[in-house]
Ligand binder design. Structure first.
Ligand code: PLP
Length: 380
């Protein structure tokens, strides 16, 4: 099956043996009747497994070209499950330009539990090798990065992780399986904040993992069940419904994203525009070989460089909504320095380019003329 068909049908064979419903029923139940102790229809207790959740987990695995999918109560709960594979003394090497919540989880929770993290630029994957020690276990990659839109070569990092026998985990939230499939490029774990493009309608918080290796899947399933950070069946239904239009939404996100990036590039009050689809983007070649298009996320800074100029623009937008998050049908705008990335110290932030005048846009699927007009008037 091709991607667009998998988004709709992937993993959905025989999802309702009872009545052949086309969409899986929302099994709003905590437990399942047993005929005799241990004798049941495959479901016992809904933390361990729920048919609505399983329908979603199979669908997410299918679009990522993976064998095993696991859904969690949030993207951070999915990352948390991966970190629980580790023991005190183990080390993780992560992208330096990382989602702020991931950075907070790593440095404020897991460092205290004895896990060590190094945050490194991964433009040159070979340079990652000098950070590897005998204690390194996981390389954590986010690409495109948030909010600077750097692109990391997944295949090249996978060569490093394979050579050193490490796990490669890729946060695929920004690109989604529509634009890139990390497992096909050698990653061991794909992670999503399904809250964003997979759900796609800004109405649910959820996370997921997809893996191919059976023993890794078993360990993660054990953690999912033992720690219990699972999503409810209503939310699983919503995300499954969202994924069925992922390909058509992403196509429009990409079209509108390009138009917005080009508009900003030509505006005299805009300084830098960060969008991987520009030929002069430093990682343009990797983006082009690794992704099928460039996505709907665009960041930019203002010429005058002040926080006030960014705030003025954000307060003046009328179609774009000033809000955290991304990936929904509606366009959102945010101020990374005070919003998504406020948990990263200012000096660290500015080192990677998150200056006070930086604005991040999640370009939605509204009419492009309205979006451009809105940006035009707000910047003016
Ligand atoms: C939002 C986000 C997360 C965290 O996901 P939640 O669903 O909010 O817990 C992780 N990574 C990236 C890239 C994100 O955008």
């Amino acid at each position: 099956m091709k991607f667009n068909t998998k988004a709709i049908h992937g993993g959905q064979e025989n999802i309702d043996p009872g009545y052949n419903a086309v969409m899986p029923p929302i099994y709003q139940t905590s437990t399942f009747k047993q005929h005799s102790p241990g004798s049941h229809k495959g479901y016992e207790y809904a933390r361990s497994a729920n048919p609505t959740r399983n329908a979603l987990e199979k669908n997410i695995a299918s679009i990522e070209n993976g064998k095993y999918g696991l859904a969690f109560g949030s993207g951070l709960a999915a990352i948390d499950a991966v970190l629980k594979l580790l023991k005190p003394g183990d080390e993780v090497i992560a992208t330096n330009d990382l989602y702020g919540g991931s950075y907070r989880l790593f440095t404020r929770i897991y460092e205290d539990l004895g896990i060590k993290f190094q945050f490194v630029a991964m433009d040159d994957p070979v340079s990652i090798e000098k950070h590897i020690s005998t204690a390194t276990r996981i390389i954590w990659v986010e690409t495109p990065t948030n909010p600077m839109m750097n692109i990391i070569d997944i295949k090249a990092v996978a060569q490093v992780t394979k050579k050193h026998n490490l796990l490669l985990a890729v946060d695929n939230t920004f690109a989604t399986a529509y634009l890139q499939q990390p497992l096909d490029r050698g990653a061991d774990i794909v992670m999503h904040s399904a809250t964003k493009y997979l759900g796609g309608h800004s109405d649910v918080i959820m996370g997921s993992l997809v893996v191919n290796d059976k023993s890794l899947a078993d360990k993660l399933y054990f953690i999912q069940n033992a720690s219990g950070a699972i999503p409810g069946p209503q939310d699983c239904f919503l995300v499954l419904r969202g994924i069925k239009t992922l390909h058509v939404r992403m196509q429009r996100h990409c079209e509108n994203g390009r138009a917005v990036a080009e508009f900003l590039k030509g505006n005299s009050k805009v300084k830098n525009v960060y969008y991987p689809g520009f030929e002069d983007h430093p990682n343009y070649d990797i983006a082009t070989s690794q992704m099928s298009d460039y996505g709907g996320m665009v960041s930019f800074s203002t010429v005058d460089g002040t926080k006030e100029s960014a705030i003025k623009i954000l307060e003046s937008l009328r179609v774009f909504t000033l809000a955290e998050s991304l990936g929904g049908v509606e366009s959102l705008a945010g101020h990374p320095a005070t919003m998504t990335h406020a948990s990263i110290p200012k000096t660290e932030r500015e080192k990677i380019g998150i200056v006070d005048s930086l604005i991040r846009l999640s370009v939605g699927i509204e009419d492009i003329h309205d979006l451009l007009q809105d940006l035009e008037q707000a910047i003016r």
